[in-house]
Design a protein around this ligand. Structure first.
Ligand code: ADA
Length: 560
């Protein structure tokens, strides 16, 4: 499965995932390779033979096609080199963003696709490092084969906005010509509602030789139903490419919602109404599926978060599978989506690959996820060096890049630099991860008031919205004791109650994300501070069994 709806009616798209591929490891010398069939999408950690394998492995399969083709990979963890009939067609770094290869003029017949995957750590990898979560191995998200004509719609972005005449959508597409001959035609845009109401617009497309060009239109849709958390109305946008004979040669279909997000003073506003965030940080993580959760498991997570009264999820610490974002769009779950980075020091950020890998991630995240109405904010660089001058330069460049790609959403970053952060002037929303009652015992009210007052008094974050992007405490599932010591379910329950009441009771706070939704595997080197080599701060354990804190969160979130 690639998405929760059809993205083409004209372009022929075939899913290459959802089945077994040939699989073999390329282990270091002295170790025997594993050779077998493996499920795509999937993580090789799910197979007993490769449960702890870190290194290189290849996946192969054949398909039939001819002419211009596009191979789309929704996610390979973490480095991919893709070969078609023995020729390298694309390489890509980062498990959590999509990439594609366009190959022109493939001869008619059977073709062999090989994807070499590497999940090892090393100096070349600035973002996938030994960390407080797993870096799995495998083709972990879907793969599609698309057969293209001479020109195709490469991207389609919709920006909704409210005008005096009513709701309006700016629709922008990029068209690419694969032939040396000029392409002349037009692109027709349609916006369709769920009861069939439809508005069309069109823009000319002229492409001399092999090139790309943009086309855009502004469409008034004054009867639009707004997308909101309570009533997530979705619309379909279609870009139909026609040649100068009026024949439809390609299309791209996506969904979006009419909604506007902005900040005003200390508030984040959705369609002019103040947002109050009750959220969870969630890793793509499951003991049976690794980071490659099937739809049913994603939906289960959604139901549990909803049951506890959450209205938002933070995709900590990387862009998520689009299927999950589709679910969020459909169910009205607000999303904080962030680029991939966690806890990198200035030294880590000085890795020569750091900036490029972060920027690629931002471009691919926004390029692919721009239309999701559920994403209300972009985040970057969780808990990195936002307290040093060098770090500030990186934050500035990355936040500016986001602004150049998307002017319609606020930006933020989750800081842990207690009273030393230098970057709040660069973003619209101030966000902090705090752990009173876990990593230290300062009463929550006192700690939060001190931090908040410092932000207002001494930083450029003064007067901006303020979010708590992490708070929580650890509990090993099933460990219950009257002593209520740390790691017991009782301790977690009490701590979370005090944390949430203090945070939500603070007048300056726009909301809170609990760290974290479920327990999850961490890298082996973290074993000393992580019982079971798991991050145990989940409100449910890794199998989604509720801990005592579940009922407490539910009570407090639902009271809101
Ligand atoms: C950090 C970090 C999380 C997690 C958490 C914890 O704030 O952002 O990824 O590591 O702390 O459990 O300590």
């Amino acid at each position: 499965m690639l998405r929760l709806f059809q993205t083409h009616r004209i372009r022929r798209q075939t899913e290459l995932s959802g089945c077994l591929w040939d699989f073999y490891t390329l282990p270091e010398e002295g170790k025997l390779p594993v050779e077998k069939k493996a499920l795509v999408p999937g993580c090789w950690q799910n197979d007993p033979d490769t449960r702890t394998y870190r290194g290189r492995a290849c996946y192969e399969r054949s398909f039939r096609a001819s002419g211009n083709i596009r191979l789309e990979f929704k996610g390979v963890s973490h480095t991919a080199e893709v070969y078609l009939d023995g020729e390298k067609v694309v390489s890509h770094y980062n498990a959590y963003t999509p990439f594609s290869a366009v190959v022109r003029g493939t001869p008619s017949g059977e073709h062999r696709l090989k994807v070499c995957v590497d999940n090892s750590f090393g100096p070349g990898s600035a973002l996938h490092v030994e960390n407080d979560y797993q870096t799995y191995g495998g083709i972990t998200r879907g793969v599609a084969l698309e057969e293209l004509g001479e020109a195709f719609v490469d991207s389609l972005h919709v920006t909704p906005g409210r005008t005096e005449e009513g709701w309006c959508a700016r629709v922008e597409a990029v068209v690419r010509n694969l032939s040396e001959r000029p392409f002349s035609g037009k692109i027709r845009f349609a916006i369709t509602g769920d009861t069939g109401e439809e508005v069309w617009a069109e823009a000319p497309v002229e492409l001399a030789g092999s090139a790309r060009a943009g086309a855009d239109s502004r469409i008034l849709f004054d009867q639009a139903k707004e997308w909101s958390s309570e009533s997530p109305a979705l619309y379909t946008v279609t870009a139909l490419l026609e040649n100068d004979r009026g024949e439809a040669v390609d299309d791209l279909i996506d969904r979006f919602g009419f909604r506007e997000v902005r900040t005003e003073g200390k508030d984040i506003l959705l369609n002019g109404k103040k947002l109050r965030i009750r959220g969870f940080c969630r890793h793509e993580e499951h003991p049976q599926f690794g980071c490659s959760l099937p739809l049913s498991a994603m939906q289960q997570d959604m139901l549990l978060m909803r049951d506890m009264g959450a209205n938002s999820v933070r995709t900590s610490h990387y862009p998520n599978n689009e299927i999950f974002l589709d679910l969020c769009d459909e169910t009205g779950m607000l999303v904080w989506e962030e680029n991939h980075a966690r806890g990198l020091s200035e030294e880590d950020m000085r890795n020569p690959n750091f900036e490029r890998q972060c920027e690629d991630c931002i471009r691919e995240m926004i390029g692919a996820h721009y239309n999701h109405p559920s994403i209300y904010i972009w985040g970057i660089l969780n808990e990195c060096a936002s307290h040093t001058e060098y770090g500030r330069g990186c934050y500035e460049r990355q936040l500016s890049l986001i602004r150049s790609l998307d002017r319609s959403r606020p930006r933020s970053f989750a800081s842990c630099q207690f009273k030393t952060d230098l970057c709040f002037g660069l973003a619209e929303v101030v966000s902090y991860n705090i752990y009173p009652l876990w990593y230290h015992d300062t009463p929550v009210e006192e700690y939060l008031a001190d931090l908040y007052d410092w932000v207002q008094r001494e930083t450029e974050g003064v007067g901006k919205p303020f979010l708590i992007t992490e708070v929580g405490a650890g509990a090993v599932y099933g460990y219950r004791t009257p002593e209520e010591v740390k790691w017991s379910e009782e301790y977690q329950q009490k701590a979370i109650e005090k944390q949430l009441r203090a945070i939500l009771g603070h007048e300056g706070v726009s909301g809170v994300y609990i760290w974290q939704f479920c327990d999850g595997r961490v890298c082996d080197s973290w074993f000393q501070v992580r019982p079971r080599t798991m991050n145990n701060k989940g409100i449910v354990d890794e199998y989604r069994r509720p801990k005592l804190a579940y009922g407490t969160v539910k009570e407090i979130f639902r009271e809101e």
